[in-house]
Design a protein around this ligand. Structure first.
Ligand SMILES: [Zn+2]
Length: 219
């Protein structure tokens, strides 16, 4: 593991490429813990940092994100788009004084607006950052995320409680979701179906996600 915080300051290279896992604390259905997005972003960063070697380091994860659409479920803690954008901007302003490059590695779709905003602001200040989306092809607490967690942290997956949620296409759900959040379309918080999830599939998905990020880092 190549964690930034493990390096005493004289060993922090001026060529550092800093990967910042960007997650959320939000409901992930009746069978997954609240930090799924954070754990996935972290695992992808750690995998990419090990594979890329050199001066790639993983920053402490951002465990809170913009999760307003999940606010109808207990456990969700959202700081919203505006606050998240500000956190991202300030974090990058600070880290860029010593890091060569900063890449926000995001595993929660709801954070996208904040990332776009922060990147625009930082680019205008002459401090370009990149952001990379972890695209596992799934939706929310469905087969893909459940598989990833079965691979990463199986003791925290309650498969017996796993149930399908809203399985209609996202386009059909969006108007109701915009008005009433995820709760309006899926009483159990799942978008998609976790059926068929496995640790083996999770390992494959993670390998793909790591490969994608290594490509971004090398580009
Ligand atoms: Zn998620």
């Amino acid at each position: 593991m190549r964690r930034l915080v493990d390096a005493p300051w004289p060993r922090v290279s001026p060529r550092t490429v800093l990967l910042v896992p960007t997650g959320s604390t939000e409901q992930h259905g009746p069978h997954l813990p609240l930090d799924v997005d954070t754990r996935i972003a972290q695992a992808v960063c750690e995998g990419a940092a090990s594979a890329a070697g050199g001066a790639v380091r993983v920053a402490p994860a951002l465990e809170y994100g913009a999760s307003g659409e999940h606010q109808g479920f207990a456990g969700t803690v959202s700081i919203g788009t505006e606050a998240l954008a500000l956190v991202l901007v300030e974090l990058a302003r600070s880290a860029r004084t010593w890091a060569d490059r900063i890449v926000f590695v995001n595993a929660h779709g709801g954070n996208s607006d904040a990332l776009v905003r922060a990147r625009a602001q930082l680019t205008a200040e002459g401090a370009p950052v990149r952001w990379h989306a972890c695209r596992h092809g799934g939706r929310h607490a469905d087969r893909a995320e459940t598989s990833l967690m079965l691979h990463l942290d199986p003791a925290r997956v309650d498969l017996a409680a796993a149930r399908a949620g809203a399985v209609e296409p996202l386009d059909a759900l969006l108007p109701r979701m915009r008005a009433g959040g995820v709760r309006a379309v899926s009483p159990n918080g799942v978008l998609g179906d976790p059926a068929g999830a496995s640790a083996a599939e999770g390992a494959e998905l993670l390998a793909d996600l790591v490969r994608d990020l290594v490509r971004t880092v090398g580009a």
